[in-house]
Design a binder for this molecule. Structure first.
Ligand SMILES: CC(C)(COP(=O)(O)OP(=O)(O)OC[C@H]1O[C@@H](n2cnc3c(N)ncnc32)[C@H](O)[C@@H]1OP(=O)(O)O)[C@@H](O)C(=O)NCCC(=O)NCCS
Length: 122
């Protein structure tokens, strides 16, 4: 519980300070409740945007992370400097890999998944 509280405190600090050096985190809730069921984060580093996520095991298999990842990719796509969006997962986590593939990312080595932004100038 204490660790979760500290994590949320750090997340809020990052949003407030807007340093662009850390992870920007959104809590995931359902439409029915404000209770957090997971989170998804985006880290901006020049041309690259790295995402990470986690979801309460009880909520797996209901499409929540597919929806959250699509939303985060939409955010990253709108940031002009970002050219590559990427995430990683344990090779054994087939569901996570599937979520990334469904979002349009391509597997580099079964662990790293990337999406290269289309360049409008070409
Ligand atoms: C990845 C994770 C978030 C799943 O989220 P979720 O909300 O259950 O995912 P969704 O319900 O949106 O989609 C899961 C998809 O994987 C599929 N799937 C589930 N188990 C699977 C398996 N063993 N093999 C292949 N596909 C599988 C589902 O059928 C579904 O696909 P579909 O929508 O085409 O039917 C959850 O596994 C998790 O929290 N993992 C730990 C954190 C993690 O992996 N982080 C990595 C990124 S940093």
């Amino acid at each position: 519980m204490e660790a979760s509280k500290n994590f949320i405190k750090d997340c809020l600090k990052e949003w407030k300070e807007n340093t662009n050096r850390g992870w920007f985190t959104w809590l995931i809730t359902t439409k029915k409740s404000d209770k957090a069921i997971g989170n998804i984060s985006l880290k901006l580093a020049g041309r690259k945007a790295n995402f990470a996520y986690i979801l309460s095991r009880k909520k797996w298999g209901k499409g929540y992370m597919s929806e959250a990842l699509a939303a985060i990719i939409e955010v990253a796509q709108k940031i002009p400097d970002v050219k590559v969006i990427w995430g990683s997962c344990d090779a054994k986590n087939k569901a996570s890999a599937h979520v990334m593939k469904k979002a349009g990312l391509k597997s580099v080595n079964n662990k790293i998944f990337i999406l290269k932004k289309r360049d409008n100038r070409t």
